[in-house]
Structures are given as structure tokens and as C-alpha cells.
Design a protein around this ligand. Structure first.
Ligand code: DGJ
Length: 728
């Protein structure tokens, strides 16, 4: 519910458990008033403390600059006395970088704005507050938008810019959200990582100054995610306040918390201002700022994550696959890398079909003359040496076995050694006279150019129409360099979105999995086009516990592409039980990535049961609520070990009638008793049936959540159990 208290010009945005308030002050500035636990609609403007001390421009003009430097601004600008990080900035042709936005009008309406160029949240049951502000001198209009969806403690913020003046205006920064919190008692929870080690969670107290996570790589990146949370020192997984910030965008971003001189916290998220510029020429030129999603939880970090999961699952992912059983796939990458031919693929497919695997995905290496990663990107025609007759004989074979077929593309790339590059060297991003930096022996196509997109699309379309392709893996294996203008960083992302839009519009039935050298574009922007994203090139079950835990902080688990692979694992050399590899891969979108024909009989025998188990829980993973019961980043053993000795998680159906609990004993300990694990998310009064260690049990939800269940010592590292709970 959104209300306006005209007497004090205050807007109040209420969600089931939170309230967010902002107000227009005398000078027309938009100031932030409150964000926290829900309050009945009321005047909260005293929190602005505008009548205190010297900081009142209208009452004491001697100290105007001091006011500007400490007032809680809703969308702070630079150049007029606020020396904290601005959310918005411009440059005029004379080189001046001053902006002064004041309130003009507002409206509150049912529904929400839908950007034509950016991924965005959608759906019924939402209400929007739109506040129009203006820099009169520049003739620049900035509309701030706040949308709430029924039943969710989330606020979607974005902005829309329009030049209505007579001069060119270059926008130099346009963040999606900035929140001045009147508080410093926070710790920052964020994610860092690297290739094959994505989304490692880190939680540290705020200190004075700016703590930033960002990307300047052209994609959201392996290194940081466009997400962070401010949590109270006492906040745990299940209790306490957590404020989440996430961005629906896939390019350069900035996520930052600044603890100021007055111990207030300015939290911000949006497009990375460094290397960003966008020219708004006169005549109504406009710009859509990506959506940021702000989540408040008083049920700890878990509560925050569950809100993100629901919002992104129900109001961001568009694919019809979101609500459909996804086929269990087998991908040939770790099985063959580039070294395959028709016979080898058929052998894998035959064995996979026998075991009940439902989709065969042909990864990199099927096109051009690609025997390694140093050629052929951009030449999307099947390699006749490996696939005589093209894809058809292979797809006929696969569909003949009752399986579906999926294919890998890397549409944004071009190899210097490719026919496309030889014909159109200008298609690759670069600067005349400078060598292009190669990365994985490839260049990046200038996706901002519609002719480049058309050239790629024509080839992709031909392939898509040539064979029954029901799944696409869209990969992106390098970051951008030699970007010739500050505008291109963003227009590149818009170009990628435009091509993805074309794909999902023309082929709405195809299941798309995003990927970027593992998880370098594991962001909400991509969810708008694909319901699943490859989580990491690291398929080691132990490492995946951390990667998946980190990813689940803000992204729905059903989005995490997760596969069972062989041991010793190709990324770590570690051996883990086959059964645990499957249990861990069921925290996500389950599949296999190995040469199934080379597995032992004992391992093969487990596959049909794993697939059946997956299908019995996949709806819970997709639509249920996640409760993380362990934390793979924290010691949990009897002695404070350097690493957690167990991990565990539950998915509980929306009606609480069904749940699945997975427990992984990371490190075995000698002389250890059974471990008592208390469950969560169940209905206290309901009786749940489950089996454990060959015994059948019936216990109330209250018992299971207060007394718990006893998991025996599983005898060995990385042993695991998965338990189903069915209510009477
Ligand atoms: C990176 C991806 O993450 C892998 O799964 C695989 O598709 C390779 N690229 C292929 O080049």
C-alpha cells in the first residue's frame, strides 16, 4: 500500500512487514525518512531532523553547505554541496557537472512501468509511486519510481530520465537506488570470487568510508555480484534485520555502502558510473535506469533470500519453463571437451537414454573447425569433420532414443581465426590503430550494432530451424577490453538484451540456460531471459556447497545450473561420493556432465533412482521456500575447525505439506555422536512422515523444529542424506 500524507508531503510505502518513507522538504528536495519494520501510516518527518542545529537552509542560510552534506537525500546529486557519493550526475557541454533536482509532482497508480529495453519485474498485483523531479536550469526531468508487489517485502526502484531542455546533457551517473540510513550498526554481507570459485560469502562490519563491490568488465562478473545486504551484528540466518540490495542488470555495476562523518550509511546500487556516459540530446531524449530490488527482512538473512526467490521466480523469470518440469540433461563438455565425433556422442547419448536422462546437450566445439578454443567463434555452421551431414544425423539419433536435444552457442564472440572476422573485422570491439587484447583467443562482437546482431542472428536462426533444438546454452567467455567509448559499455548490454529478446520471442518454447565462463553473468538481468544459469565451472560437490549457498542469498536456487560430474573432479582433483554429488546438484537445476558410458556399473545403477528422486522434489526446489540450516562458510564442528563440518538445507512447499531436507557431512570426526538438526519452515501442528536410517517416523512440525532429528555419523567425508517429509 502506498499513501501520501499531504500535510507533511510524506510518501509511505508499506509492504506486509516493512515501511519505507520519503518526503518532500521545503526547498523541494526529496529526502529519505525511514526504512524498517512496518508502521501504521503516520507523520515520520521528525526523523529528518531538519530543525536541528545549523543544517536548515530555509531557517539558517549561513550553513547551507552543511545541510547538503548531511541531509538524507533520496536521489543525491553532485555539485551542490553533498560530498558523499552521488546517485546521479550530469555534464553539460561547458564541462559543468552540477545538477539540482527538485520535486515537481507525483502520482500513485496500480501497475508498473515496463522498460522496452531493459529486463524488468512484471505481473499483476502491484502498485507504483512515481515522483517527478526536475533540474529547471537544465530542463532535465528525472522520474523516480517505486513499485511494490502484493505480499512481498520488496521495493523495486528505478528512474527514468528525459531531456526537455535546449542543451545536450551527458548523464555521467544514474544509479538505481540510494538509501540514506540514519544508522551505522550494520555489517555488510557480500559475495566475492573468481573463475570456478564464484559467490563466496563474506560478512564484515562497516567502517567509515566507502565499501564497494563493482564490475568494470562489461558483465556482472565472477569477482563480485550485483548484490549486498546490510545486516545487524546480531542478525542470523533466521532472525534479525537484513536489508538487501540487488540489481536487475548484467553489465558494469556499483554496489556500495558509505559510512559517513555523522555515522549514517548511504547504501547504493546501480550501473557503474566509472566508464559510463550517456548523451541525452535535446528533443525529449530519454534513458531507462535499471531496476534495483530492495528487500527488508526481520526474519534474518534467510527471510531476505526467500523474498528475493519469490519475487524473481514469480515476477522476473518469464520463461514458461519456470513452472514446468525441466528435463534432466547430460552435457558433453567435461566428458569430451573439444574432442568428439558423431560416434562418441552417440555412445554417450545411448547410455544416457538407457538410464533415463532426458536431454542431451552438445557443448562447445560443434561448429567451424573448432578443435580447441582458438578459432571459429562467429562461424555457426556444423563441423562436417566431427558431424558428417551436420546436426541432423545426431539429432535424429538422439530424438529417436526419446531424448531432447540442446546446443551451445557463444553469440557475442568472434575468433580472429574465423570467416566472420576475415569478412568483417570491424564487427569486433576495438579501437583503430590499437591492438585488440585477446582473451581465450577471442574478441567481443560489438553487440550495440544492429547489423552485427543481425549477422549473428541469421546464423543462429538457420541452425535453430535446421534441427529440433529444445534447449540453448548461451555462453560468454571473456570480458571487454578496448571499449572505444563510455557509452558502449551500456549499449553493449542493451544489444545483448535485444538479441536475447529476439531469441525468446521467436522461440518461446526453447529452454535457455545462461552461462559466462561458469557464473560470470549470474545476475537477475539474465533471469528475465533464461530461467537457469550455469552456476560455475567448478562442479566439485564440496566447493559447490559454498558457491550455491552464496548464489542462493539473492537468486532462486532453481536458477542454479548444477551437474553431477566425474571424480577426481576436473577443477579440484577431489573425490566425493557419487550419491552426494547428486544430492548437492539437486540444489539447483539438476543434470549430469560426464561420460556416462565410462561410469562404473554401481554408479550407473544409481542414476535412474537419482532422476526419479529429482523429479519428486524439483517442484519443491522451484516453488518452495528455502531454509539454509548450515553455513558452509562457518565452523560448525565440536572444535572450531577452519571449515564447516556439515551443511544442510530444506525446501518446503508453499502449503507446508511437503518438504525435503538434504544433509551433507562435510568432514567426518572421530568419536562423534549423531548430530541433532532442528528443522525449519514446517507447520507446528501438522504431523510429518519420514524415513531415516531404514526406520519410519511420524512427528509434528513443532517436534521437528524444536527437538529436531538425529542424523547418525555418516562415516566419511562428504557423505550425505536426503529426507522427504510428507504431512498427513
Ligand atoms: C565455459 C562454460 O562455463 C563451460 O561450461 C563450457 O561451456 C565452456 N565454456 C565451453 O567453451
Amino acid at each position: 500500500m502506498i499513501t501520501y500524507l499531504a500535510s507533511v508531503r510524506q510518501f509511505q510505502i508499506d509492504t506486509p512487514h516493512s515501511t519505507y518513507a520519503l518526503a518532500v522538504v521545503d526547498e523541494g528536495y526529496l529526502c529519505h525518512v525511514y526504512w524498517g519494520k512496518r508502521l501504521a501510516p503516520q507523520d515520520m518527518t521528525a526523523l529528518l531532523r531538519l530543525s536541528e542545529g545549523p543544517f536548515v537552509p530555509s531557517k539558517n542560510n549561513r550553513e547551507r553547505a552543511s545541510f547538503m552534506d548531511c541531509a538524507p537525500f533520496e536521489y543525491p546529486v553532485s555539485g551542490t554541496g553533498d560530498y558523499r557519493e552521488a546517485a546521479f550526475g550530469v555534464e553539460t557541454p561547458d564541462g559543468a557537472r552540477i545538477c539540482d533536482l527538485r520535486y515537481v509532482s507525483h502520482r500513485i497508480y496500480n501497475g508498473k512501468y515496463k522498460s522496452a529495453v531493459l529486463p524488468h519485474t512484471w505481473g499483476n498485483g502491484c502498485e507504483t509511486l512515481e515522483i517527478t523531479t526536475e533540474d529547471k536550469l537544465l530542463g532535465l526531468t528525472v522520474i523516480l519510481r517505486y513499485t511494490v508487489f502484493e505480499g512481498l517485502d520488496a521495493i523495486i526502484r528505478s528512474a527514468y530520465l528525459e531531456n526537455n531542455g535546449s542543451r545536450d546533457i551527458t548523464v555521467t551517473r544514474a544509479l538505481s537506488a540510494s538509501v540514506d540510513m540514519d544508522d551505522s550498526r550494520f555489517e555488510m554481507l557480500s559475495l566475492y570470487g573468481s573463475w570456478a570459485r564464484e559467490r563466496q560469502a563474506e560478512r564484515l562490519p562497516l567502517r567509515h568510508g566507502k565499501q564497494r563491490l563493482d564490475s568494470l568488465r562489461g558483465e556482472s562478473s565472477h569477482q563480485y555480484s550485483p548484490f549486498f545486504a546490510l545486516v545487524r551484528p546480531e542478525t542470523t540466518e533466521e532472525s534479525g534485520e537484513a536489508y538487501g540490495f540487488s540489481l536487475i542488470y548484467s553489465g558494469n555495476f556499483l554496489a556500495q555502502a558509505e559510512l559517513t562523518q555523522f555515522c549514517q550509511t548511504r547504501a547504493q546500487i546501480g550501473i557503474q558510473p566509472e566508464d559510463f556516459a550517456w548523451l541525452l540530446q535535446t528533443e525529449g531524449c530519454s534513458f531507462d535506469v535499471p531496476e534495483a530490488v530492495l528487500v527488508y527482512s526481520e526474519d534474518g538473512i534467510g527471510g531476505m533470500s526467500r523474498t528475493y526467490h519469490r519475487l524473481y521466480s514469480e515476477h522476473l523469470i518469464r520463461s514458461k519453463w519456470q513452472y514446468q518440469e525441466r528435463p534432466v540433461l547430460i552435457n558433453n563438455w567435461e566428458a569430451t571437451y573439444f574432442d568428439f565425433n558423431l560416434d562418441k556422442l552417440k555412445t554417450i547419448a545411448d547410455e544416457a537414454a538407457k538410464l533415463g536422462i532426458e536431454l542431451f546437450v552438445l557443448d562447445d566445439g560443434w561448429f567451424g573447425r573448432r578443435d580447441s578454443d582458438n578459432c571459429s567463434l562467429g562461424d555457426w555452421t556444423p563441423d562436417e569433420r566431427k558431424l558428417p551431414g551436420g546436426l541432423k544425423p545426431l539429432t535424429d539419433h538422439i530424438t529417436g532414443k526419446g531424448m531432447k536435444f540442446g546446443l551451445w552457442f557463444e553469440p557475442e564472440m568472434i575468433s580472429p581465426d574465423s570467416d566472420l572476422f576475415r569478412a568483417h573485422p570491424d564487427y569486433a570491439i576495438g579501437i583503430e590503430g590499437r591492438p585488440r587484447t585477446e582473451s581465450r583467443a577471442q574478441y567481443v562482437l560489438n553487440m550495440a550494432r544492429s547489423d552485427v546482431r543481425r549477422a549473428v542472428w541469421a546464423q543462429m536462426k538457420k541452425i535453430l530451424d535446421s534441427a529440433p533444438i529444445s534447449y540453448i546454452k548461451w555462453d560468454m567467455n571473456r570480458q571487454l577490453t578496448e571499449v572505444p567509448s563510455r557509452t558502449l559499455w551500456h549499449s553493449y548490454v542493451l544489444g545483448v538484451y535485444a538479441l536475447m529478446e529476439q531469441l525468446v520471442t521467436e522461440y518461446p518454447d526453447i529452454l535457455i540456460e545462461n552461462c559466462s565462463g561458469g557464473g560470470a553473468r549470474f545476475d537477475p538481468g539474465m533471469l528475465y531471459y533464461s530461467p537457469q544459469i550455469w552456476g560455475s565451472d567448478d562442479t566439485d560437490a564440496k566447493e559447490r556447497l559454498r558457491i550455491q549457498y552464496g548464489a542462493s542469498l539473492f537468486m532462486p536456487p532453481s536458477a542454479i545450473g548444477s551437474h553431477v560430474s566425474v571424480c577426481p573432479n576436473h577443477a579440484t582433483g577431489r573425490n566425493t561420493p557419487f550419491d552426494t554429488r547428486a544430492n548437492v546438484a539437486m540444489f539447483g537445476t539438476f543434470g549430469y556432465e560426464l561420460n556416462v558410458a565410462q561410469l562404473s556399473d554401481e554408479e550407473k545403477a544409481q542414476i535412474p533412482a537419482q532422476i526419479a528422486r529429482w523429479h519428486s522434489i524439483s517442484r519443491l526446489v522451484r516453488e518452495g521456500a528455502l531454509y539454509r540450516l548450515g553455513d558452509p562458510f562457518r565452523p560448525s564442528g565440536y572444535a572450531a575447525q577452519m571449515q564447516a563440518d556439515y551443511d544442510g538445507w530444506m525446501f518446503v512447499s508453499q502449503d507446508s505439506m511437503q518438504a525435503v531436507f538434504t544433509y551433507v557431512q562435510i568432514t567426518a570426526e572421530a568419536n562423534m555422536k549423531s548430530r541433532r538438526i532442528t528443522l525449519r519452515g514446517l507447520k507446528p501442528e501438522r504431523v510429518y512422515h519420514f524415513s531415516l536410517g531404514g526406520e519410519e517416523y511420524a512427528r509434528t512440525g513443532a517436534y521437528l523444529m524444536q527437538c529436531g532429528i538425529l542424523i547418525p555419523n555418516l562415516w566419511g567425508d562428504m557423505k550425505s542424506v536426503q529426507i522427504m517429509f510428507n504431512a498427513e
